[in-house]
Design a protein. Structure first.
Length: 317
């Protein structure tokens, strides 16, 4: 099978039939063998009914329905697990991603041998203040932190080799950083393609300013996981050990100073009257706690079980 097209969605019943018809025309004109997988992330409208209708008309249309809204990352994770195509295309269901871009993305994967190709919506139709400026700042920070030189991490239109999606673990709100996760997994040939961005035709955006705040927090998380996710003791243990040693020597200096004064018959104050005593004590306590945090992290890493991150209520095909 040439293509698996994954479409996570939430309350997009107005756009689904139009999107499906558009995708179908592209598949037929290019003679692709394909599957279209809709992942309904707990929609409250008629989205699932439309998916069932499309599936009854075309066996290449498949569906996954979550019991409630779990988030885009979980939807993509479920879609990645089900996808069978040689090339996986992800796109949003709101018609802002153009299916006309699919052949170009497919060609970059198959002919130019990219592991992953990310879309770049160079010209956008979003609000400049509400989305464009925060997005530019976010993408700049993501490039500097991750080392992946993409201009648009947030673009939902991406293409992957099958082997990539089967070897990246998408959880939490990490769907923005799949290229970073792919790089960390050893897939280094990551490309970018300028794609057309369309103005939203139906409904309202599901994303607000909070997604950029969450995005920055997730960026910090993924930076930490890429650096120390497999060896937390290297960070917490190292910092904890340094802090404990500093505190220990500071306490030793205070104790030796008191003994010196006692031996020479000099007046001295109680150790507890010296502020450095409390600084040294606090430093040793914090150092011990950080060391133990690293130790516990190593134990958890070696004993953790895979958790069920979402519940599927129905599947089609």
């Amino acid at each position: 099978m040439n293509l698996s097209i994954l479409i996570p969605l939430l309350n997009e019943d107005e756009s689904l039939k139009e999107l499906y018809t558009w995708i179908l025309s592209i598949m037929k004109s290019n003679n692709y063998t394909y599957e279209v997988i809709f992942i309904d992330d707990g929609s409250k409208d008629n989205s699932w009914s439309i998916i069932e209708e499309l599936s009854s008309e075309n066996p290449n249309v498949k569906g996954i329905r979550f019991m409630k809204n779990y988030g885009k990352s979980q939807a993509l994770h479920a879609g990645f697990a089900k996808a069978q195509g040689d090339v996986i295309i992800t796109m949003d269901a709101d018609l802002q991603d153009s299916p006309e871009e699919i052949p170009g993305l497919y060609e970059m994967i198959t002919s130019q041998n990219f592991d992953l190709v990310s879309g770049w919506k160079k010209k956008r139709y979003d609000s400049v203040v509400a989305k464009n400026l925060p997005s530019k700042l976010f993408n700049w920070a993501a490039r500097k932190t991750s080392g992946v030189q993409l201009n648009d991490f947030n673009c939902g239109l991406k293409a992957y080799k099958n082997v990539v999606v089967k070897n990246v673990e998408v959880s939490g709100e990490m769907h923005r950083y799949i290229p970073v996760l792919a790089k960390n997994a050893g897939f280094n040939k990551i490309g970018e393609k300028v794609v057309q961005h369309q103005a939203r035709k139906y409904g309202e955006t599901k994303f607000g300013m909070e997604r950029f705040i969450n995005g920055f927090l997730d960026l910090i998380t993924i930076w930490f996981l890429s650096k120390f996710g497999k060896r937390p003791m290297h960070l917490f243990g190292a910092i904890g050990s340094v802090m404990f040693i500093i505190g220990f020597f500071a306490a030793g200096f205070i104790g030796c100073s008191k003994l010196y004064h006692m031996y020479n018959g000099m007046r001295y104050s109680l150790v507890t009257n010296n502020p450095w005593f409390y600084i040294a004590l606090t430093t040793m306590v914090l150092g011990t706690q950080l060391f133990l945090a690293g130790f516990l992290g190593e134990i958890i890493l070696r004993t953790k079980n895979n958790e069920e991150r979402y519940k599927v209520s129905k599947e089609i095909n």
